[in-house]
Design a protein around this ligand. Structure first.
Ligand code: ADP
Length: 157
């Protein structure tokens, strides 16, 4: 079975990578899809985010990355994915994620959304927190891969 893990990944964090590693162990193939979130103005271009993710997932043979300008369900169909993976951190994620899952179900009844609970140590972690800590010069080595930190430092240097 093929699964799609869509998101902004601006940039990829160890929280995302934890979900990716766990999902890649559960499915035959995993496609990480960089999609446009109209509520977010990205810091990194789609090409930069794709490269950041490619480096981070190089150890996972059944996982690849793409970016897609349209609907999540159209991206899933293009990659023949029957499942959409989303991560849940805190309660406030739940309402929005459930609404999206229901909306996607109305658009594509054949595609299921599966939620993976965050691992405890990453429950507080978000791309925006990583960007903010990096901007203010704080330590982020425990939050994101080294090549991502280098890209962040290049922005705020
Ligand atoms: P989006 O703009 O689509 O929410 P994000 O990159 O912020 O994109 O998140 C993509 C997915 O990864 C979402 O399902 C989000 O809940 C999940 N996610 C983000 N950070 C974590 C984390 N620390 N632990 C588990 N899931 C996470």
């Amino acid at each position: 079975m093929i699964a799609l893990y869509p998101g902004s990944f601006d940039p990829i964090t160890y929280g995302h990578l934890d979900i990716i590693e766990r999902a890649s162990a559960m499915f035959d193939q995993l496609v990480v899809a960089i999609l446009n979130n109209p509520q977010k103005q990205p810091t990194f271009s789609a090409a930069q985010r794709q490269q950041q993710i490619e480096i981070a997932i190089a150890h996972l043979a059944n996982t690849r990355v793409t970016h897609f300008p349209g609907l999540t369900v159209d991206c899933a169909r293009q990659h023949k994915a029957q499942v959409i993976i989303r991560g849940l951190r805190v309660l406030s994620d739940f309402e929005h994620e459930l609404q999206m899952a229901h909306t996607n179900k109305t658009l594509a009844a054949e595609i299921e959304t599966i939620f993976l609970a965050t691992s405890n140590e990453y429950s507080f972690l978000s791309s925006s927190a990583v960007r903010e800590i990096a901007r203010l010069g704080g330590p982020i080595a425990h939050l994101a891969p080294a090549h991502v930190i280098a890209d962040l430092k290049a922005i705020w240097a």
